[in-house]
Design a protein. Structure first.
Length: 579
């Protein structure tokens, strides 16, 4: 009875606890997502509201840039400024100072409210003027301060004004009262106990319900710094990581820069503002699960008692059926033994047949190997013959090329004959000229002696050239005779080579016929081998199948014996259940 109660109550309790744990984990993630989405939406809305207030003022200053490029006269600019600043609040001061000092003849200072500074006030020495010039056309935000005119905290943002040649004409500036930011922050609502501030880049308050803390006190006190360190952040890392959201165990922190300004929206608050309602839901669900678990436990106990009554009835039926099963399994065991003996005899016969097929297959493989080797040898011989014929053709072509070269050489030798004849003719003329020169030198007397010597040498040189050309002619005649003999020998060799090519071609045709016959033999041997192998494979498959049948019969016998033993065991179990 105790086991029944434990088995009925314990599972629902485990399920309830597991469900509560899962719901707690899911709720924790939902709370984090809810915090992030709510905070991000509020910051996004507040950033848009701040920019919506500041943007028109910046647009007016951008328009002023275009106006000053065209108009430079003080009175005209003052009238335009009054028109541009007509829709500004009564506390907003819009002013423009030229780059020259207001005390000089060229300099002037105008504003929308007609404010007149004292005589010692020089705009070119003011921070807003110098920073605007240094930032080269970008908007500049000054350090917030308490305005002397209104007594309110304000900031000045300024922008240098240039002409078309990029020369600075002056600086436009606007004093914006920051109480409007406090109104926006006060309307922002995230959770009952959350706080929303606008901070300067160093962490000082730009908005705070306590006006005494504005600009003077820093948001990052020791307690806030210590809390951020728990999340793994220093103050510098937190401010530097623009758009950082941190959710700690108890508190959440979020920081977001406002556009291009040096100001930040800071949001903090307790996580319990978001998690309280989820914890109430968790307690309600836990109670519901416990009630359902208790009800299911009682239902389980009733079902177990009902099942036990049915178990007794089934035990009686099981006892009767197991007795019948034991008798049938014994009869199946005797039949399976007879079948096993018959299958073993068939397997032995198939093994002998398979061995004979393998022996025949080996013999056919040997014959096929010899046929394939013969075919390879014939193929190799044919390739050698083809190579030999190709080489003979190449030799014949080379021999023809040699004959053509020798004939061309003979033509060139004929040209040499002409050149030698020309040289011989020139030498004869030189000899005649030298002879005439000697006669002229002899008639000249002593004055022509040296010329006579030269003419004599020229005639001797001409005789030497004539003798040389005779020897050249003899050598050319010998070369021509050798060339003619070489041509006759080459033509005879060409005829022999052609006869060798014809014989090799005839031999190649005969080897090709032998090759075809050997290929047919090899292919037939392969076909026979394939058929024998297929027969062997089929026999082997039949043998494997019969072995599987034999194994199956043995397994069936073993299974029948196991069924018989299991029937006896079931019989004992049924008797125990019945008791």
């Amino acid at each position: 009875m105790r086991k029944t109660i434990i088995s009925s109550i314990f599972p629902p309790v485990i399920v309830a606890l597991f469900a509560c744990l899962s719901f707690y984990i899911v709720n924790t993630r939902i709370v984090k997502e809810n915090v992030n989405s709510t905070v991000n939406a509020a910051i996004y809305q507040l950033t848009g509201d701040v920019q919506e207030i500041l943007q028109p003022n910046m647009d007016k200053m951008s328009n002023w840039q275009a106006i000053v490029e065209e108009i430079h006269e003080e009175n005209a600019l003052f009238r335009v400024m009054k028109g541009i600043a007509a829709d500004l609040s009564e506390d907003t001061l819009f002013y423009y100072a030229t780059s020259a000092s207001r005390f000089s003849e060229e300099g002037f200072f105008i504003n929308n409210l007609g404010w007149e500074p004292d005589d010692t006030w020089d705009p070119s020495t003011r921070t807003w003027f110098k920073e605007a010039v240094a930032n080269n056309g970008r908007f500049t935000y000054t350090e917030p301060y308490v305005d002397d005119r209104t007594g309110k905290v304000c900031t000045t943002f300024s922008q240098s004004v240039k002409d078309k040649n990029d020369k600075i004409l002056g600086v436009a500036a606007m004093d914006v009262m920051l109480d409007v930011l406090s109104d926006l922050v006060s309307r922002a609502s995230i959770s009952p106990h959350s706080n929303v501030y606008i901070l300067l880049s160093d962490g000082r308050f730009l908005t705070n319900p306590d006006s005494s803390k504005l600009i003077n006190e820093n948001y990052f006190t020791e307690s806030v710094t210590a809390d951020l360190k728990k999340g793994g952040y220093s103050v510098e890392e937190f401010i530097g990581g623009n758009g950082t959201n941190i959710i700690l165990r108890k508190n959440f922190y979020a920081l977001q820069r406002i556009g291009n300004s040096p100001w930040f929206i800071m949001v903090d608050g307790p996580v319990s503002d978001f998690s309280a309602r989820f914890m109430r839901n968790l307690v309600i669900i836990l109670c519901v699960l416990l009630v359902l678990g208790g009800g299911s436990a009682f239902v389980n106990m009733w079902l177990l008692n009902s099942v036990r009554r049915k178990e007794k009835e089934l035990a009686n039926k099981l006892l009767s059926e197991t007795q019948n099963l034991a008798v049938a399994s014994k009869e199946n065991a005797a039949t399976s033994q007879d079948q096993s003996t018959a299958v073993k005899e068939i397997v032995a016969t198939m093994e002998d047949n398979n061995a004979l097929s393998e022996n025949i297959s080996e013999k056919i493989k040997d014959v096929s190997g010899v046929a394939i080797k013969t075919n390879d040898d014939v193929t190799e011989g044919v390739s050698y013959l083809e190579m030999n014929v190709k080489q003979l053709h190449e030799i014949a072509q080379a021999n023809l090329n040699t004959i053509e070269g020798i004939k061309a050489l003979g033509g060139k030798i004929e040209n040499i004959w002409d050149i030698v004849t020309l040289i011989n003719s020139v030498a004869d003329q030189a000899k005649i000229i030298a002879f005439n020169a000697e006669l002229e030198a002899a008639s000249a007397g002593e004055a022509g002696r040296n010329f006579h010597i030269v003419a004599t040498e020229i005639r001797r040189l001409a005789d030497g050239i004539i003798d040389g050309t005779k020897e050249i002619k003899e050598r050319i005649t010998e070369i021509q005779q050798s060339s003619d003999n070489l041509i006759l020998a080459s033509e005879s060799g060409t005829e022999k080579i052609n006869e060798g090519v014809e014989n090799a071609a005839s031999l190649s045709e005969r080897f090709e016929s032998i090759k075809n016959a050997s290929e047919i033999t090899a292919n037939s041997s392969k076909d026979i081998t394939t058929i024998i192998q297929q027969q062997a494979v089929a026999s082997e498959q039949m043998l494997i199948t019969l072995k599987q049948i034999a194994s199956g019969v043995e397994n069936f016998s073993s299974a029948t014996e196991n069924i018989s033993r299991a029937s006896e065991i079931l019989k004992d179990i049924a008797e125990d259940l019945n008791k």
